[in-house]
Ligand binder design. Sequence first.
Ligand code: GLU
Ligand code: MG
Length: 467
Amino acid sequence: MTTLADPVPGGRPGEPRRAAALGADLAERGVRGIVLAYVDTAGITRVKTVPPARLEAAVTWGVGMSPVFDTFLADDSVVTTDVLGSPDGDLRLYPDLDRLTVLAAQPGWAWAPVDRVGQDGAPHPGCSRTFLRRTVARAAERYGLSFRAAVEIEWAVGLDSAPPGEFVPAAPGPAYGAVRQVALSDFAADLLAALDAQGVDVDQVHPEYAAGQFEVSVGALDPVAAADRSVLVRQTIRAVAARHGLRVSFAPAVLAGSVGNGGHLHLSCRRGGRNLHAGGEGRYGMTAEAESFLAGVLARLPALTAVTAPSPASYLRLRPSRWAGVFTSWGRETREAALRVVTGTAGHEEQSANLEVKPVDLAANPYLALGCVVAAGLDGLAAGRPLPGEITGNPARYGPDDAAALGVRRLPESLPEAVAEFRADRVLRDALGPVLADAVTAVRQGEAAAAEGLDDAGVAAAYRWAY
Ligand code: GLU
Ligand code: MG
């Protein structure tokens, strides 16, 4: 069913006229092309581009693209489901004018995320952005809830001059070290300037743990805008790096055997502007609803892993004692738990209390990841699911019996294990709908088959520059 928020052939009321004016304005500002971006099931951002003079046509009739990308793998080979993966048919990409952004680090270019719609005007059941929009809209209708979300971005900066395929860190220096901050000072300053020019409010940027690694955290928005923003920020990081002779990897594991790149999700539930994670009667100020939301996410983490850690390389990152959160537990500010409860500083809880979901990387499609986490949380909230006890410290220290008694489980250690959990999870499958759920299964199985026989170094190399 089409809703008011969905694009329609002929354009939503007033939009073609608005697009014509925006297109003319962009052209006057020297913009030559507009990048229309979406993220496929495998987590790859796919794009088409149009000149500004075509913006009006794009919001009126969409821009054609094959639906086959729904079952593309990260190496561009194709798998199939009952309904996806065929060379037949066409989808229309409709840019979201509210998110149209002039790209500061790509002179001559602007950018917009798209929703994908069938030629007949029906929303495409494989469109992850539409899925997230609907999941959030349902939460508002049924429970009066809204959300604030942000995606943390970690990446490794390498030299573009490195031998083909290899990663050579562009800067030396220890974790969080001033040495690395100084070595990449110009790059980081240009990145901050570009994000600022694009209206992205940055919370912080810092050198991270692994070789050449950095992290940026940005302000929270509604989940669809947060997912859009994570795509835009990565486009910007790549572009700034290219202008400095640098190459960036967002892969879950740039090198085997080392700390990886996470894409932690931050999420808070709100009602009527009130943060349900603060000022409540529950633990650390959570309301009963926030506790049940957490419990819902906690209960589904093994199955969620197929969505939030979708690459064979994700399982090189998801190792204990690397702050990737590989145990089904929660704790206040506990960086080894899959769910970290962030309360905020005394006096600032209402603004900053939220839930951090850690076993998420940047191979994950952010629309699917946020949509599935919200769906899992809502299932817990609706059922009034009780939140088990907090686990502090590193859950890796427990032996199997203690872990079982505390309900602490290791998350799937491989993609096939995660897919098995996902396939058995009715809540996530129902939330996604059969077309998207089957696409997730088929793409993950294809990805696992593609990596079969590779050792850890081979897996890291295969996905190093894919995302
Ligand atoms: N790099 C870690 C990961 O793989 C996260 C480090 C942090 O907590 O920021 O998720
Ligand atoms: Mg970090």
